[in-house]
Ligand binder design. Structure first.
Ligand code: FBP
Length: 306
């Protein structure tokens, strides 16, 4: 595999990483239809944990089968497939080497009232399953945020020592934040920055809205005229918060929505300099042909062609 100049440049930002970790990042960045561009579309399928099986898969029952998701990611020409242990194990032999995988090593569920995550996978599991990276969620602002951060610190240290990459889902939630606060412009940038500070190679946040939430930060946003007037500008501020673009940042798809809304979001992510999308429900809850069409259109957006 000959790396593109762009991918070599991206790898150079990760100054402390081993050749193993860089090779795994390169596998993700060079895979699929966006391979070599520095942009990515990743399929995450941990919603069975987060939201339960029927809410996740009943809209498209074929998606109850773990093989379905490997095939969807491969057929759509995506960069990687991320899932918890059981889902990756269920297709590990059939799809070995067919698509880079990210082992989601912690998960929450809807049967809990606390904003916390359990560690459900290990670095040894990721290596055994041939994964390129571990994936870990933190909930900045939760009552358990510091425990989650400490778990991430340990797992990231271990993953990097083993030559794996680290993908961090940074989803603010907790008593200080109402629903609007969770995706507020300043809060998304803050959450992305903390993931960068924790040593994430790839950061995943929700697309920011134009709300400003944290009183202590509002003043500087206003005084310094940090422009959040449209999504592309807000994305570019999040990119700035990710070490001025020296860390890869992708944005999640969210609940089921229309194709036009998703493509508009992808255009704004592209225009704002974000590295791509990590889109789950909007892909696997559609019938496969529709999902392939949508993902193909998103990929064209990230190629700068739509
Ligand atoms: P979606 O594209 O389905 O939103 O997936 C992205 C994701 O980060 C999943 O990995 C995760 O299960 C889900 O969002 C969690 O969403 P929430 O925390 O809002 O329930």
């Amino acid at each position: 595999m000959k790396l593109t100049r762009r991918v070599k440049e991206i790898l150079s930002w990760y100054e402390s990483d081993t050749p193993g970790t860089k090779a795994n990042l390169a596998r993700i960045l060079m895979e699929g239809k966006l391979g070599g561009t520095g942009r990515m579309v990743i399929l995450p399928v941990d919603q069975g944990f987060e939201h339960g099986p029927a809410r996740s898969f009943a809209p498209n029952p074929a998606a109850y089968d773990p093989h379905y998701h490997f095939e969807l990611a491969i057929d759509a020409g995506l960069n990687a497939y991320a899932a918890p242990l059981g889902m990756i194990e269920a297709g590990a032999a059939t799809f070995a080497g067919a698509i880079p995988t990210i082992l989601k090593v912690n998960s929450s569920n809807s049967l809990s009232t606390t904003k916390d995550q359990a560690v459900t996978g290990s670095v040894a599991d990721a290596l055994r399953l041939g994964c390129s990276a571990i994936g870990f969620t933190i909930y900045p602002s939760s009552e358990y945020q510091f425990e989650m951060m400490e778990e991430l610190r340990e797992l990231a240290e271990e993953a990097k020592a083993a030559g794996l990459a680290v993908v961090v889902w940074s989803y603010p939630r907790g008593p200080m934040l109402d629903k609007n606060g969770e995706t507020a412009f300043d809060i998304c940038a803050y959450a992305a920055h903390m993931a960068a500070l924790m040593g994430a190679h790839i950061i995943k946040v929700k697309p920011p809205t134009d709300v400003l939430s944290l009183d202590a930060a509002k003043k500087v946003y206003i005084e310094r005229k940090i422009d959040g007037s449209d999504l592309a500008k807000r994305i570019s501020h999040v990119v700035q918060a990710c070490f001025n673009g020296r860390r890869l940042v992708v944005f999640s798809g969210g609940e089921a929505k229309g194709t036009d809304a998703l493509l508009a979001e992808a255009r704004a992510i592209h225009a704002g300099g974000g590295n791509g999308s990590i889109v789950g429900r909007n892909a696997f809850q559609r019938p496969k042909d529709e999902a392939l069409k949508l993902l193909g259109q998103m990929i064209e957006v990230y190629k700068g062609k739509a």
